[in-house]
Ligand binder design. Sequence first.
Ligand code: AMP
Ligand code: MG
Length: 491
Amino acid sequence: MKKTFFNFNNTYHKLPKTFYQEIKPKPVSNPKLIEFNFELSKFLNVNNSVADQDQGKLIFSGNNLPAGAKPIAMAYAGHQFGNFVPQLGDGRAILIGEQIAKNGERFDIQLKGSGRTAFSRQGDGRSPLGPVIREYILSESLHYLGIKSTRSLAMVSTGETVLREEPLKGGILTRVASSHIRIGTFEFFFFKEDFSSLKKLADYSITRHFARKNKNKPYEYLLKSVIKLQAELVAKWMSVGFIHGVMNTDNTSISGETIDFGPCAFMDEYHPTRVFSYIDQGGRYSYINQGKIMLWNLSKFAECLIPLLDNNFETAKKKAINCLEIYPKYFEECWLDEMRKKLGFKKKIKDDHILINDFFKIMQSNNMDFTLSFRNLSKITSSKINSFFKKELKASKETKNWFEKWNKRLETENSSRLIISKKMLKINPIYIPRNHLVESVINQAMRENNFSKMRELLELVREPFKEKKSKNSYGLPPKPDEVITNTFCGT
Ligand code: AMP
Ligand code: MG
């Protein structure tokens, strides 16, 4: 009898066949389980004995399917850099089942890099190990920073070569997500004018994600919920200097989780128009554009829901627009909430946005490191600035003024500077997976087959607020020769 590692309860599989392709992962020649996420496994109620090398390498490579698995590749469409592609879909990922976690929540367990599917187009259905490592580290980091994200349960090397610009070691990531339903999944049916399937997808999404609060206007509720979740998500990204890099509608999850870690990165020096993807020449997905682009994506989602919002087109359109109009103000509020916390403000005061924006201007004009600036601001416990700012700041009148205003503003908090500082140190991280660190971890893994640096970095990003003296260098920006300007794109 097969050992039971998961307690799958598969619901997406019950939707019509137009929603997916039934397909098994293609076995790989020499799999090895490199990393297994015990903490996540416990939360998911997965039997930990699946992490034994002999089992794990077979399960997480897709060579053996666990009991209860119903493997499928999901269909979806999407706008990539503003251009509509009617069919994308899981070209290199296979959903093996839906796991019910200890708390009763449902999670997709998906193998990414598991072979060709009906949606692979020209692709090989595989993934190099580098992007698997990147996704594992970045998704863990976001999770521990309190930012919703898909997660990583396991990492496998395949023993096979994947051909990109050069031959690379292959890998498979086990991705865990609240669901893999994207705005692009709705676009897939909307484009085909298959409104019956569209309704099924919307109803399924509501049941799966928004059931508890679903009242009498279900589709408006769905739209408003996704709008709010995404506004909250993008504000959180921006609060840690995270740039997603490929905010296409197929990479926008309706559950509000960060999904798809392609050319994403945390900024070192603050620059509002920063991008990491070399194909994003126009800066469509730059740091500062993320809030606006999400509204663009959400407008595509709203468009898909028009057939469901009302039988009368004009009325439906009006309803969609009314929902979208929530976004700008709500996003601004979310952003302000995040930034207030970063500056030590609990109270909401009218002109806070000026103080916040001025701090960003100071960072920009002095080429200051995003993470370290907020971290060092958190360490100030009196009206005097610390050595970090003394060194970084040109003694301009503006910056002196800013600190005076900030001190005054903190006086209105009715809290001691020590307490404020302690709170800020729990909001402003020291350890983020800086690009040069991720790159060096990947290099060590690819060249030496050594994962020790990767594990060290993982350990640090799982406690991002806790400074460890012996790990000082992990909290520092790159030296000039370590700076990475582009991140993985051709994954
Ligand atoms: P992404 O850039 O990861 O969001 O992927 C965009 C689309 O390309 C999705 O439909 C993917 O499944 C597909 N895709 C990306 N890489 C591959 C690959 N190596 N083989 C097959 N399909 C791929
Ligand atoms: Mg994608």
